[in-house]
Write a protein that binds this ligand. Structure first.
Ligand SMILES: [Zn+2]
Length: 129
């Protein structure tokens, strides 16, 4: 039988937790512990992880699945990740970015403390003559 990891450590506060379901790696056990921990730092980390995942889904290579044109410029994606981090830190509240031909990004925290990420692309045609 493979080795199972039953104890995880919160990545934010280091609190030790006994997991309900053992994980396959220590890394996964720590993920699980961070996920379940109720410390404030752990909550912020979770917001960042989830927010960054949403950024990748909506703007990264996977956004093609949603019918968007993926952004391949690393700096632009990094900027969006930075906005998520600063929002989790409450240094930014609501941020709107106009990413030229990639549409608009709206990143903010809702009243439940979750980070919302929205991408919108408007198809507008203007015909002249
Ligand atoms: Zn914690």
């Amino acid at each position: 039988m493979e080795k199972q990891f039953e104890i995880g450590y919160c990545r934010a506060c280091g609190q030790q937790q006994i997991l309900v379901l053992a994980a396959a790696t220590q890394d996964a056990a720590d993920d699980e512990a961070t996920e379940n921990c109720d410390c404030e730092e752990g909550m912020k980390l979770r917001q960042i992880v989830k927010g960054c995942r949403r950024i990748d889904e909506l703007f990264g290579p996977d956004s093609e699945n949603l019918g968007f044109v993926p952004i391949h410029e690393a700096e632009t994606l990094e900027l969006l990740h930075t906005v998520v981090k600063l929002t989790a830190d409450k240094r930014l509240l609501n941020t709107n970015l106009d990413i030229n031909r990639y549409g608009k990004a709206k990143i903010g925290m809702n009243s439940k403390g979750k980070i919302n990420v929205k991408r919108s692309v408007v198809n507008a045609y203007q015909l002249e003559e």
